[in-house]
Design a protein around this ligand. Sequence first.
Ligand code: GCO
Length: 465
Amino acid sequence: MSSAHTLSRQHDFPSDFVWGVATSSFQIEGAAHADGKGPSIWDTFCQVPGAIADASDGLIACEHYERWQEDVNLIASLGVNAYRFSISWPRVQPMGQGEFNEAGLNFYAQLVDGLLAKGIAPYVTLNHWDLPQALQDQGGWANRDTVQHFVNYASAIFKRLGNRVAAYTTHNEPWVIAVLGHESGIFAPGLKSRAIAAQVSHHLLLSHGMTLQALRAQGCTVPLGIVLNLSPTVPATPSAADQAKALLEDGRLLRWYMDPLFKQAYPQDVIDDLGEQAPHIEPGDLEIIATPIDYLGVNYYTRSVVSADGSWKPQNSGLPLNDMDWEIIPECLTQLLVRMHHDYPLPPIYITENGGAFPDPLRDGQVNDQDRIAYIDQHIAAIGHARDQGVQVQGYMVWSLMDNFEWSSGYSKRFGIVHVDYKNQNRSYKASAVWYRDFLAYQRLQKNGTPSSASAEKNRVTGVV
Ligand code: GCO
């Protein structure tokens, strides 16, 4: 690894490559009860004793709801050309059905306008996990009625934001919603049933396909897609038992989503393994789920290692770990992308999340996060390697713009390239933000011969940096 972290500069990225930063509504907005917002399942889950490591919640978070203009300036100052964020369903439709909340709709319309005014493409995610609690009270994603409610909500968002955004994503990481939310129960809504989790995943996919059809029928011309969290799944040892377990886990994580989206069928090995817990599927569902997508978002952080007896620990591997104890292994991103390219007829791919939590000690008011810089540098290079092998990756978004509420870890884990001081909400660049800004300036220089974007220039003057 070069100490200057320039591996990423050894690859050629086209001038229209999308370079962004990402966030999600619950993790940054706060204002949990403001202006008519209804509670989400995460508001409820945070009140369960022991659910969140530091017993925190999303009531204030990064105060993005109040500070969005400052945050748009911050995003622009990085010189990115895209910002991926999500819409809080209960902010725009407090009960998840019926009446819409004008204040909520207006918030996102202003945010989109603010981004566009700075030349930043808005990448909108419709569901990044914060389901209205009122729908959970009726069974949530396990209830097939939620599918139609989601389509209605998505249609209202399209009616308001229209074709001004760069792209719509239906769901972020359906595996996480299904498995962590309904099987292991470590995420909202905290259920522990494999059968429910399987049904939830089917309803998420069905609502994805139905939303694509509905939005296109309503005149949507911007790209539509879905975001999956994917990793190569590898056996901890070469034993037959570990290999069999790894194959099944690959089915549960990757093929369970990719096969219905691209091959109109769930993988038989996972269906067999589920047995009586397999989801109820109605005639026509699989055709709807396989409605063609315009792009696929891939969130990649680490590989997944499995052992049949559950004994494997990341500390065994000898690889560097981040502050979540996730192994740092950028070559697995290349492997993953190349494998998918061979196995599926892929549309353009965006790496919609990549980054890491690191200890981030604050010294003299500065976070010198060389570990995060190395991580981002190596992963951008890994994308370059995948592109060299023919994978059509068209964008990369760092997770995350700024430190925020990291789900069951609360505020104890920091993923931002911008540091947030939760005492006063001050945002300040970490070294990684400076590195990313300089990398993007280098990209522009390579492509257009101009080192700084207008927005980066302006923010240097206004002193956001
Ligand atoms: C996810 C989510 C993000 C997380 C990030 C770090 O991938 O789990 O999309 O909201 O914060 O991944 O865990």
